[in-house]
Design a protein around this ligand. Structure first.
Ligand SMILES: [Zn+2]
Length: 79
């Protein structure tokens, strides 16, 4: 015998079990005062830094980022 009316409970249980973290962070060149529309998003500071370094090498001719600049970027990343 099938009892109707248990679907809601089932869905609720299902949703509670999949609380995944999909928090994205973002960074823009403008955030550190560069006149550039580059923007990147990622799920970790590390990923964003890597994206930015790639971009900075290609676009801003920055082959080396000083600790100062890296700190600036880290504090500019929106979490
Ligand atoms: Zn840029």
């Amino acid at each position: 015998m099938n009892q109707p009316g248990t679907t809601v409970e089932y869905l609720f249980e299902n949703n509670a079990g999949v609380m995944q973290q999909t928090h994205a962070m973002s960074f823009r060149c403008r955030d550190i005062g560069l006149d550039c529309s580059f923007e990147t998003t990622g799920t970790s500071e590390h990923k964003i830094l890597r994206e930015f370094i790639d971009h900075a090498e290609a676009t801003h001719n920055l082959n080396f980022l000083s600790a100062d600049v890296i700190l600036k970027i880290k504090s500019a990343i929106k979490k």
